[in-house]
Design a protein around this ligand. Structure first.
Ligand code: SF4
Length: 364
């Protein structure tokens, strides 16, 4: 095993033993010990019987029915009453139905809160600029973020749903950047990297919401029991999250703004706070969650602190929260009042002290 992976594994093991991590991500802890299957491995064993010319409404009804079966199967597996090996892999599964539904959602695209309504299957492009192809700007083994999730095989998607003026990752936020990759090949990489010691497969970017369809195809082709991390700006629609239910094991969601005026001015993202709250609530219901709160200078009182208070009140004091204090003025940030400077270490200290004071107990 490569040295950086060994080091990453050791860090990760230490993080995994921490009681706070076990409280926040109990299922993940069991998956990486191979004690439990990942969600997508259960979903690919739930039988789907396609009917000729199913309407969109009929497919969503079928999806609701199969998700109930999925939930029952996962509960029995988690309680030790059912072994995954007792379930055959059918010709068509819940994953195939989700893939069909993802195409359906893209015909009138509402994958994210912009809700452009363009037909991406007919070559039209919305605000994000993404089409049907799976465009990646890179894939790397990462050991440099939340240690319990690393080493992680990270797939960097091209394009983004939100135009953050402070984005330090502009190279990844153009949907025409990068290279088109077949989903089957990405699945083979994930299998190889899992064997080589990666703990997780992370969909990141850019923004993976653009590529829910391609992501479902990757998971349909992947045979490894590798936990799936979805690292997103939390600007997803309910439909996108319904499709990801039963696939994503851990949501790594960023809560950028609590104030819609800030979101509109700094990122042209209408209804951002509403979308972020909804995404965090659904993430907690569907899977396990690590919440990130990136700090912006002069936005501690209007965005960061209210977001932390909301997290504590609505997701609970043991929610794992990473308060990100590494802000530097990148991209167009210099054009905006108060954004043209580094965040001071004492500003992060102030927010961490606030988070502890209001009762958050699981701060990374
Ligand atoms: S993913 Fe979002 S921004 Fe892109 S086309 Fe769909 S609704 Fe529009």
């Amino acid at each position: 095993m490569a040295e950086h992976r060994k080091r990453g594994r050791l860090d990760s093991l230490a993080a995994l033993r921490a009681p706070n991590m076990r409280k926040a991500l109990p299922r993940y802890g069991r998956m990486i010990m191979d004690d439990l299957p990942t969600k997508f491995q259960i979903a690919r064993r739930i039988v789907f019987e396609p009917q000729k010319s199913m309407t969109s409404a009929a497919m969503w009804r079928e999806h609701a029915k199969l998700m109930r079966k999925y939930s029952q199967a996962q509960a029995m597996i988690d309680e030790g009453k059912l072994d995954l090996r007792e379930l055959d892999v059918p010709r068509f599964s819940l994953l195939d139905l989700k893939t069909k539904l993802a195409e359906d959602v893209m015909r009138d695209c509402v994958m994210c809160e912009h809700r452009c309504g363009v037909d991406r299957t007919a070559g039209k492009r919305g605000i994000c600029g993404a089409g049907m192809e799976f465009r990646l700007t890179g894939s790397h083994v990462r050991t440099d973020y939340e240690q319990e999730l690393t080493p992680s095989f990270s797939i960097f998607c091209a394009g983004c749903t939100v135009r953050f003026v402070e984005c330090e990752n502009q190279g990844n936020s153009d949907a025409s950047a990068g290279t088109e990759w077949p989903e089957g090949k990405v699945a083979r990489w994930a299998e190889e990297q899992h064997k080589a010691g990666c703990r997780t497969l992370a969909m990141t970017g850019g923004e993976p919401t653009l590529y829910v369809l391609n992501f479902l195809k990757v998971m349909g082709a992947c045979r490894a029991n590798i936990p799936v991390v979805f690292n997103s700006n939390a600007y997803l629609s309910e439909k996108a999250m319904e499709l990801l239910d039963g696939i994503v094991d851990i949501y790594l969601l960023e809560f950028h703004y609590f104030n819609d005026d800030c979101a509109r001015v700094l990122s042209s993202a209408p209804r951002y706070a509403e979308a972020a709250k909804r995404s965090h609530l659904l993430a907690k219901m569907q899977a396990e969650l690590v919440a990130r709160v990136p700090l912006l200078p002069d936005h501690l009182d209007c965005d960061a602190k209210p977001a932390l208070k909301w997290i504590k009140d609505n997701l609970g004091p043991w929610t794992r929260v990473n308060i990100l204090g590494g802000y530097e003025p990148s991209f167009r940030a210099r054009e905006f009042m108060g954004m043209n400077r580094l965040l001071l270490p004492e500003e992060r200290d102030e927010v961490v002290a606030y988070a502890k004071k209001i009762g958050l107990k699981n701060i990374v």
